[in-house]
Write a protein that binds this ligand. Structure first.
Ligand SMILES: [Ca+2]
Ligand SMILES: [Ca+2]
Length: 314
């Protein structure tokens, strides 16, 4: 059988892009007070800092932050997600402006917390919309300032009801896309009834940074909080799994070879063959695992024609 009698019509990879393993990464401080002269911050070396002591307006007009191990969104699909919950205690009924976000310290040395890059959201309240802001590069403003060094980039729907003394679950995620933009998605959802006070999303085509190393919160004087109890603050990084590609294929001394790069070493792959594309009933060789590159070989291709694809092994 000579190679000229074979007709290999179609070769493909049956794999899907996906996120790699994402490990929970509690943000255990040290949580640091930036503003709020009399505010009492405790549990500052845990992922559940207590912000304010519960006395009248103790947490009003105050802000806190923590560092976390630097996350860089290098590849399309890389994603950072902040999550946790906050119980609001002793807030004013008509209040708003709980702010939170993910930042890049941008070379600033404590106690200087101006000039950070990144994004933060301001909660909506009643008929006030949610606001998402991006820090300007460069800037000299405070990290949670919406009037200095930041630009509002989108809004989200007003919740339609007033924010109250309850527990809220929050998320704030930033994912790099293939065009070197970032997709931002935020939420601040009241646990008792799922009313959304911080929901918005935006595709920023011009990020000022892909590096994040700070999480920070501000409670304005309008919120008039006595205390905010944060619980299980977490920053998780999910690295994108590279998409495998076929780099070459062809006959070598009567065998048909298919070379692949970019496989996930922890995943098993197998070469499958079809006579007619209606299904791929033939398994060629064993499963392969343990490396990113591999040349799959069919030592005895059938006469006539054949179709091949490489699948993730079941
Ligand atoms: Ca109060
Ligand atoms: Ca931008």
């Amino acid at each position: 059988m000579t190679p000229g009698k074979h007709h290999i019509h179609w070769i493909s990879l049956l794999v899907a892009a996906s996120h790699g393993v994402a490990m929970a990464a509690p943000v255990t401080g040290t949580w640091t007070k930036v503003t709020g002269t009399s505010m009492v911050l405790t549990n500052e070396n845990t992922a559940s800092p207590t912000w304010g002591d519960g006395s009248g307006n103790n947490a009003s007009a105050s802000s806190i932050y923590s560092a976390f191990p630097t996350v860089t969104l290098t590849n399309p699909g890389d994603k950072i997600t902040l999550s946790g919950s906050v119980e609001l205690i002793g807030i004013a009924g008509g209040a708003e402006n709980l702010r939170f976000g993910l930042y890049n310290v941008n070379g600033k040395v404590p106690p200087d917390t101006s000039g950070w890059l990144g994004y933060f959201v301001q909660n909506g309240n009643g008929t006030s919309v949610v606001k998402l802001n991006e820090r300007s590069n460069p800037n000299t403003g405070a990290f949670a300032s919406a009037v200095s060094g930041a630009a509002q980039i989108t809004t989200g729907a007003a919740p339609g009801v007033v924010i109250t003394d309850q527990t809220y679950d929050f998320t704030f995620s930033i994912e790099r896309n293939a065009e070197a933009g970032v997709l931002i998605s935020t939420s601040l959802k009241r646990r008792s009834d799922s009313v959304e006070f911080g929901g918005t999303g935006f595709l920023d085509p011009s990020p000022q940074t892909f590096v994040f190393d700070r999480v920070a919160y501000l409670a304005t004087s309008g919120l008039a909080a006595d205390k905010l109890q944060l619980t299980d603050v977490d920053v998780t990084f999910a690295a994108a799994v590279p998409i495998p590609v076929i780099t070459s294929s062809g006959f070598v001394e009567g065998a048909f070879q298919i070379s692949v790069e970019g496989m996930e070493p922890a995943t098993s792959y197998v070469l499958k063959r079809s006579p007619d594309l209606s299904s791929f009933p033939d398994t060629v060789g064993g499963t392969f695992t343990g490396a990113a590159t591999r040349t799959f070989v069919d030592p005895s291709p059938p006469a006539g024609k054949a179709f091949y694809r490489i699948e993730v092994a079941p």
